[in-house]
Design a protein around this ligand. Structure first.
Ligand code: ADP
Ligand code: MG
Length: 551
């Protein structure tokens, strides 16, 4: 029995499909880029799996992508001899959009075509882009290592459902045939295919072979690894297209860095900062984005050893000459070479960020909006680079509602005699701004940083100081404004405390155990009273965080 089954797409799949066809229509040729990108990934996966099981090559180790077409049948066919898929994998990978963040994604759609196209791209609907130009797609695949009777044929018109059947399949890998819509037959043309492949997929390291109208074959890409070419020979577009492939992103990156290291260690870095945070950035399972190559041979995706956790949003590749081809994740975990490369990667990215912050303020603002909260983890995680990361932090303050103030900005604006960096933590900006603790600072025109992100209290307690200036919560302890107060102010405060001793004692007696002490304060100008925590105790906000974490 061939076990033909008709299965329905998830509701989201249908919706996303419709939306994608609609919003990407003006850029429809990208379907080729997406299918080629998948074929290239499939070849990478085969290479990786065959490191531990060389039989997977089945005596056919020349990995390639084939493109052919049939003008009469109006079909375009892409074939790869990569890893292929078994039946479950077809259902899981092709029949489902089982990505984390699907709901959030659907909710963030605006109906604005340009904006949605970007979002869709970022969400990564790669395979489905075939339906922009095709009204039927047939995928035939066999997983490497399985017998030919384990072939699978998937077919769909991109509407509510698809069929899936078991078929005989001599060839390992995946073949995808697009039955083009009547008005999309312009793709069935040597010149057109060559142009589109060159534009989007020239960086693909496998040969992309076109069977031309006259039946002869032509390799249409350079098929050399982009990062091995001299920088001067790589255009911005090529860098961008390579990024879209490795990052599975439709948008170009915010910035990149490409460097070759020679000497004791030998490796190439090509690293990218995306424009937008991935939907799964806060997912514990989120993929890290670095691909590892050894002398141009793909070794693995998602090499989390190559970037610290707080830079998990960085995408790109590392190609090293210093590791054996059969390197495993276990080996990576204990490799000094890898530790050195990771440290160098961090330095490179910090360098790019320093440069954006200093010279491209708009881009840096964008970066901070997307990734600021993750970068803050770096203050806690990366003690070696703590000061450098701290200089990259941006905060809201009593002079800025947006997170735009650096410690250095703050220090440059400090009042004469001020030797501390003042901050307040709160759940949100409104709460921070209306805090009575700020009253005395407003009166004296002293800037206070407003920290409203959950992680901030942790960050501050790990930092303690910046450039020799200690960080001081305005909500803690007996506030000593040092030389910011003159002698007469201090004198009168002491006198007032005596004068009101009877009142404060009475309040203390009434509140009993609920407070430690009641005292006269000069930090309020409008409010009658406020709560402060002891200098050595955790702050109110931290207390809330720990409580919610069950501590
Ligand atoms: P992405 O490439 O971002 O994962 P796609 O929609 O492009 O998303 O592809 C979905 C999945 O389908 C891939 O992750 C892969 O598992 C599978 N797939 C697609 N094309 C191929 C192929 N040519 N060979 C093997 N698997 C494939
Ligand atoms: Mg893809």
């Amino acid at each position: 029995a061939s076990q033909t089954e008709t299965l329905g797409f998830q509701t989201e799949t249908q919706q996303i499909l419709k939306l994608m066809i609609h919003s990407l229509y003006s850029n429809k040729e990208i379907f080729l880029r997406e299918l080629i990108s998948n074929a290239s990934d499939a070849a990478d996966k085969l290479r990786f799996e065959s490191l531990s099981d060389s039989a997977l090559y089945e005596n056919d180790s020349e990995l390639k992508i084939h493109i052919s077409y049939d003008k009469d049948a109006k079909t375009l066919t892409l074939r790869d001899n990569g890893i292929g898929m078994n039946r479950e994998e077809v259902i899981r990978n092709i029949g489902t959009i089982a990505k984390s963040g699907t709901k959030e994604f659907m909710q963030s759609l605006t109906g604005d075509q340009a904006k949605d196209a970007n979002l869709i791209g970022q969400f990564g609907v790669g395979f489905y882009s075939a339906f922009i130009v095709a009204d039927k797609v047939t995928l035939t695949t066999r997983r490497a290592g399985l017998g030919k009777e384990h072939g699978v044929r998937w077919e769909s018109a991109g509407e509510g459902d698809y069929t899936i059947a078991n078929v005989e399949c001599e060839q390992r890998g995946t073949e995808i045939t697009l039955h083009l819509r009547d008005d999309e037959t312009s793709f069935l043309n040597d010149w057109q295919l060559r142009t589109v492949v060159k534009k989007y997929s020239d960086h693909i390291t496998l040969p992309i072979v076109l069977t031309k109208e006259d039946g002869t074959e032509e390799t249409i890409n350079q098929a050399s690894a982009l990062w091995t070419r001299p920088k001067s020979e790589i255009t911005q577009e090529q860098y961008d297209e390579f990024y879209k492939h490795v990052a599975h992103d439709f948008e170009p990156p915010l910035a990149h860095v490409h460097a070759r290291v020679e000497g004791k260690q030998e490796y190439t870095q090509l690293l990218y900062i995306p424009q937008r945070a991935p939907f799964d950035m806060w997912d514990r399972e989120a993929r890290h984005g670095i691909k590892l190559y050894v002398r141009r041979v793909f070794i693995m995706d998602d090499a989390e050893q190559l970037m610290p956790n707080y830079m998990r949003f960085i995408r790109g590749i590392i190609d090293t000459a210093d590791l054996p081809l059969n390197v495993s994740r276990e080996i990576l975990q204990h490799s000094k070479d890898i530790d050195n490369i990771r440290a160098a990667n961090v330095k490179k990215i910090l360098g790019v960020l320093d440069d954006l912050a200093a010279n491209q303020a708009e881009k840096y603002t964008k970066f901070w909006g997307e990734f600021g909260n993750v970068m803050k983890e770096g203050v806690i995680e990366d003690t070696n680079n703590r000061d450098r990361i701290a200089a990259l932090l941006r905060f809201a303050s009593t002079t800025s509602d947006t997170q735009a103030v650096s410690f250095n900005d703050y220090i440059a604006r400090m009042k004469e005699g001020q030797d501390k960096i003042y901050f307040i933590t709160a759940d949100n900006l409104a709460a921070a701004k209306s805090s009575p603790h700020l009253e005395i600072f407003r009166k004296k025109d002293i800037e206070v940083l407003l920290l409203t992100d959950r992680i901030d209290e942790w960050v501050i307690s790990n930092l303690q100081e910046f450039a020799g200036k200690s960080l001081q919560s305005v909500a803690k302890g007996g506030l000593d404004l040092g030389t910011l107060e003159d002698e007469t102010e201090k004198q009168s405060q002491a006198e007032e405390a005596d004068a009101f001793r009877e009142l404060t004692d009475q309040v203390k007696a009434t509140l009993g155990e609920r407070v430690k002490e009641v005292r006269i304060t000069h930090r309020l100008t409008d409010s009658p009273a406020c709560l402060v925590s002891d200098t050595n105790e955790i702050g109110g906000n931290m207390e809330r965080i720990l409580k919610s974490a069950g501590q």
